[in-house]
Design a protein around this ligand. Structure first.
Ligand code: 3PG
Ligand code: MG
Length: 394
């Protein structure tokens, strides 16, 4: 069921509580290293401000354990938001304490207030009613624009909208867009529809492979999980990273997938996990005892490129090799290049594949780069989210 979006709510002179996902990566000095999640929340924030409303923004950052921890303060995010949005941003040093409550109460149309990390409160994790009630009392409208957190049901995602029953409860423009690409496009894809799945573990991707095998024309496999599939076929994997306890599952997927499940035909391996190891390209399943697979080989990259170029819809999640350790980034780069060169509707899952696309400067050459890691995977698994279900239908 499509959800009502913020654009369809009268916000003039109203306060909108917007749950955003400002859980951004930071370096050792606390500097924000990637502000896409902040940037992607701007359309919703601007939509409210431009129409004469005000916004109270709430988010988590990291995983503090229900008590304040300066390491996870959202204050640096407030500063970055101020630069990006080009307007003043007020910051409250608590979430449901005196500072937040009084700043929220005196908020004027056109103003932005960001509250401190919701996970500094013990009530957030369990969704305690008293905690949720304070946040709910601050605003006239609830808006979920925190796509990266939609697979969670903690207080600000679920108990707060629950406590705001009777007032408008809607999705923001980012959540609307993410659902459109990660769920609707996939439900009715233009064909051929090709998924490319990589990453270290089969166990992380089992449900995704399973779901995508039902809807895709082909599922291309890369990353270390290919070696568990090799093992399932009784092939030689050398010292490669494998999950012996997932071999049975891999065998089932091979059986169920048939021709749809496409495995690498060659492997770029090394005699240790290091850029300066001795390297070798071997047919897949023939990795020597003292070597480990670290990337797909050139023949696989070429084969996958041909398949991707013919596709009308592409979904990609997970690197093909050890992307952070050249030259084992070559396979991942080749896949990114093929997607960029294709004329398909292309959807890039969050995490490592999103990072690869942005490092290569291909953001403008793909249709959608998700801001969700876990959330985008769960959406590709075909799951629906209680945090979205609870909101108003369109
Ligand atoms: C994420 O980055 O995965 C989201 O912000 C959710 O964070 P969490 O995994 O700590 O709940
Ligand atoms: Mg996570």
């Amino acid at each position: 069921m499509p959800k009502r979006t913020i654009e369809y709510v009268e916000v003039k002179n109203k306060k909108v509580l917007i749950r955003v996902d400002f859980n951004v990566p930071q370096d050792d000095n606390g500097a924000i290293t990637d502000d896409r999640r902040i940037e992607m929340a701007l359309p919703t924030i601007r939509s409210v401000l431009d129409r004469g409303g005000s916004t109270i923004l709430i988010s988590h950052l990291g995983r503090p354990e229900g008590a304040p921890d300066p390491l996870y303060s959202l204050e640096p995010v407030a500063n970055r938001l101020r630069e990006l949005v080009g307007r003043p941003v007020a910051f409250a040093t608590d979430t449901v304490g005196n500072d937040a409550v009084s700043k929220a109460a005196s908020l004027k149309p056109g103003e932005i207030l960001l509250l401190e990390n919701v996970r500094f409160n013990s009530g957030e994790k369990k969704g305690e009613a008293n905690y949720a009630k304070v946040l709910a009392s601050m605003a006239d409208i609830y808006c979920n624009d925190a796509f990266g957190t939609c697979h969670r049901t903690e207080g600000s995602m679920y108990a707060v909208p629950l406590a705001m029953e009777g007032r408008p409860r809607v999705v923001g423009l980012l959540v609307e867009k993410e659902i459109k690409y990660l769920s609707e496009v996939i439900r009715q894809p233009k064909r051929p529809f090709v998924a490319i799945l990589g990453g270290a573990k089969v166990s992380d991707k089992i449900k995704v492979i399973d779901n995508l095998l039902k809807v895709c024309d082909q599922v291309l496999v890369g990353g270390a999980m290919a070696y568990t599939f090799s093992l399932a076929k009784g092939e030689m994997v050398g010292k490669s990273l494998v999950e012996p306890d997932k071999v049975e599952l891999a065998r089932e997927l091979i059986e169920r997938g048939g021709d749809k499940l496409v495995l690498p035909v060659d492997t770029h391996c090394g005699d240790k996990f290091s850029a300066d190891c001795h390297k070798k390209i071997v047919p897949s399943g023939q990795i020597p005892d003292d070597f480990q697979g670290l990337d797909i080989g050139p023949e696989t990259a070429q084969k996958y490129r041909t398949i991707i170029l013919a596709a009308k819809t592409v979904v990609w999640n997970g690197p093909m090799g050890v992307f952070e350790m050249p030259p084992f980034d070559v396979g991942t780069r080749a896949v990114a290049q093929a997607i960029a060169d294709s004329h398909s509707t292309s959807i890039i899952g969050g995490g490592d594949s999103a990072a690869a696309i942005s490092q290569l400067g291909f953001e403008d050459k793909v249709t959608h780069v998700s801001t969700g890691g876990g959330a985008s995977l769960e959406m590709l698994e075909g799951k629906s989210f209680p945090s979205v279900e609870i909101l108003d239908d369109a």
